[in-house]
Ligand binder design. Structure first.
Ligand SMILES: [Zn+2]
Length: 124
């Protein structure tokens, strides 16, 4: 386990974005889609108490919204597609963006919370 004083915060955040342990970067941070491991199998860092709460969902919707808005404009006003295709395309792109970005944002938030040692609902 690297000491957070020696670890660059951007390194920790980059590891979190990749779904790797922000502390060592050697092992996966998640054992399932959004379920973090209790302890890193490589460095032993405890991830059980680092809770990102609603931050990743907020960030994912922020990203998806900024992609969907120009896509919505393009597909609505610049194409002659039938409405049902527009609707399906918007749903697929919106849900796809959220599902793609959610684990990345959770890794980012967990890395940030861990690095800054910010208190959460279970950490003080
Ligand atoms: Zn680790």
């Amino acid at each position: 386990m690297e000491d957070t004083a020696q670890l660059d915060k951007w390194t920790a955040i980059r590891r979190g974005l990749k779904g790797l342990c922000p502390s060592c970067g050697e092992a996966r941070l998640f054992r399932a889609y959004l379920k973090p491991v209790d302890n890193c199998p490589s460095c032993g860092e405890n991830w059980e108490d680092v809770r990102a709460d609603d931050g990743p969902a907020w960030a994912s919707m922020l990203i998806a919204g900024h992609v969907l808005a120009p896509f919505f404009y393009f597909i609505t006003f610049r194409t002659d597609l039938p409405d049902w295709i527009r609707t399906v395309a918007l749903c697929v792109v919106g849900v796809g963006m959220c599902l793609w970005s959610l684990p990345k944002m959770k890794g980012l938030f967990m890395a940030w919370i861990w690095y800054t040692d910010a208190p959460t609902s279970t950490r003080e």
